[in-house]
Design a protein. Structure first.
Length: 411
C-alpha cells in the first residue's frame, strides 16, 4: 500500500530523521500486520567518514538492510535502507553510521531501549523474547550490546572497598568468582572458577590506577583470593568477612550436634531430634515455641549446648572499637574454645587464630560481603534459566546486566 508524501514527512519526524535522510516510502501490509519504511540518503549529498568525520563522496551503497523498530499501533515496524559507503582519503571505504541504530545492530536505538526495559522486568530472556516477539539469540544479542555499552561508560575512579566472593554455578561443583564494589553496591566482574588464576583475572579487569586506590578487600579465608590480592593490591587491607566466620562457627556447632545426636540415638534418646536449626539461630530470631524448646534442652548438660555458647560468645568480638581490646578478648575466647574438649570448636578457633590479623582489620574498615546476599535472588534466577546459556560468557553478561548498575541504554 503506497502512501502520500505527507505520511513520509510524518514518519521522518517520528524517526527523528534530519535531512538529507528522508523517508521515500511507507508500505502498510495489513495481512502481515507489518509496516515497512524505506529510508534513503540522496546520492548528490556527501557523507561523513565514520572514522574521522570528514566530508567524503559516496563510493557506493550496501545491500538493503532491515531494522526492527517500535511497533506502530500494534503493527510490527521495519526500517529498510541501502546505506551509503564513504570514500575517505585517509580511511578508505567505510559504511556510514545511521542515526536510528548502532553499528552492526539489527534493531533501532528506540527498540533496544524498549527491549532493555522488558528484560529488566521479565524473569528470563525466554520470557522477554516472547513479549518482544524475538528469538532467544536476538534478545541475548541486545543484552550483550547493552553490557558492552555499559562497561565502556562505567566509571571506576572512586572504588575504595571491594569484596571478592564465590558462587556455585550449575551442577558438578562449578564455581564463579565475583568482585563487588561494596560502596557502589554493584558487581564489577565475574570469572569462571575459584582458582588463583580466576582471582588474578578479576583483579586484572580493573585498571592499575583503580587497583592502587583500593583501601580494603572483604573476602573469605580462601588462599587464592588472599594471594592474588597481595599481588595486585598490596596496599589494601584484607578483611576476612565476618559472615564467613559465622558460617565456620555454625558448621562447627553442627558437627558437635550431629555427633552427639548420633550417640543419643544409639540409646533411643531423641533429645536432639529435629533441633538442628535451633543451634543455628540467634535467640532474638527464634519464635516463642523455639525459645521454649531451646530452654527445655538444658543446654549446660549438652556438648552441643557448650559449642553453641562458644559460638555465641564470639559475636562479642565484632563489637570492639579497638583492635588491642578485641585481641585480648580473642585470647580468652581462644583458650575456652581450645580447652572445651570439642574438636570442631577447637579446630575453628585455630583457623581463626591463623587469620586473626586479617580479621582484626574489620574493626577499622567495618566492611563485609553481606551485600552479595542482595544479589543472590537475581543470580539464582539466572542460574534457574541456565539451559538457555551456551557458555560461561553468557552468564557473565547476564549477571553484569542485572547486578552491575551499568548505564545500559543507547544514547
Amino acid at each position: 500500500m503506497k502512501t502520500s508524501s505527507d505520511l513520509h514527512s510524518h514518519y521522518s519526524l517520528l524517526l527523528g530523521l534530519v535531512p538529507p535522510w528522508l523517508v521515500t516510502n511507507v508500505d502498510l501490509k495489513m495481512e502481515e500486520r507489518l509496516v515497512e519504511i524505506d529510508v534513503k540518503w540522496p546520492v548528490e549529498h556527501q557523507v561523513e567518514c565514520p572514522e574521522c568525520g570528514r566530508s567524503c563522496s559516496i563510493k557506493d551503497h550496501r545491500e538493503e538492510r532491515r531494522w526492527r523498530h517500535l511497533d506502530t499501533m500494534q503493527f510490527q515496524t521495519i526500517i529498510k535502507s541501502r546505506i551509503p559507503r564513504s570514500e575517505c582519503p585517509d580511511h578508505g571505504v567505510k559504511t556510514v553510521n545511521v542515526p536510528w541504530a548502532g553499528p552492526n545492530s539489527r534493531f533501532t536505538l528506540l527498540f533496544e531501549r524498549l527491549a532493555i526495559d522488558v528484560m529488566k522486568a521479565a524473569k528470563s530472556i525466554k520470557e522477554a523474547a516472547q513479549l518482544l516477539g524475538l528469538s532467544w539469540d536476538q534478545v541475548h544479542h541486545i543484552q550483550s550490546r547493552a553490557v558492552e555499552r555499559g562497561l565502556a561508560r562505567r566509571e571506576l575512579e572512586e572504588i575504595k572497598n571491594v569484596g571478592i566472593d564465590e558462587k556455585s554455578f550449575l551442577k558438578g561443583h562449578k564455581y564463579a568468582s565475583l568482585m563487588v564494589d561494596i560502596d557502589g553496591e554493584r558487581i564489577l566482574d565475574v570469572v569462571e572458577g575459584r582458582t588463583l588464576e580466576a582471582a588474578n583475572a578479576l583483579w586484572q579487569r580493573l585498571p592499575e590506577e583503580v587497583r592502587i586506590g583500593v583501601d580494603a578487600v572483604a573476602m573469605d579465608m580462601w588462599d587464592a583470593f588472599i594471594t592474588s590480592t597481595k599481588t595486585h593490591a598490596p596496599q589494601a587491607d584484607i578483611v576476612h568477612d565476618k559472615f564467613h566466620i559465622s558460617k565456620y562457627l555454625n558448621e562447627a556447632v553442627d558437627k558437635v550436634r550431629r555427633a552427639e545426636h548420633k550417640a543419643f540415638m544409639k540409646e533411643d534418646d531423641e533429645t536432639l531430634k529435629g533441633a538442628k536449626y535451633l543451634f543455628l539461630k540467634k535467640p532474638e530470631n527464634m519464635t516463642d515455641t523455639e525459645k521454649e524448646r531451646f530452654k527445655a534442652l538444658r543446654m549446660d548438660k549438652l556438648k552441643a549446648g557448650r559449642a553453641w555458647s562458644i559460638k555465641e560468645m564470639f559475636s562479642e568480638f565484632w563489637t570492639y572499637s579497638y583492635q588491642a581490646s578485641a585481641e585480648k578478648f580473642f585470647q580468652r575466647w581462644y583458650w575456652w574454645a581450645t580447652h572445651s574438649r570439642l574438636k570442631p570448636m577447637a579446630d575453628v578457633a585455630k583457623l581463626i587464630k591463623r587469620h586473626l590479623p586479617n580479621i582484626l582489620t574489620y574493626l577499622r574498615h567495618l566492611i563485609t560481603n553481606a551485600m552479595m546476599e542482595g544479589f543472590n535472588s537475581k543470580i539464582q534466577t539466572i542460574k534457574a534459566n541456565a539451559r538457555g546459556y551456551r557458555n560461561f560468557a553468557n552468564y557473565r553478561i547476564a549477571i553484569l546486566f542485572y547486578c552491575g548498575r551499568l548505564d545500559l541504554y543507547p544514547l
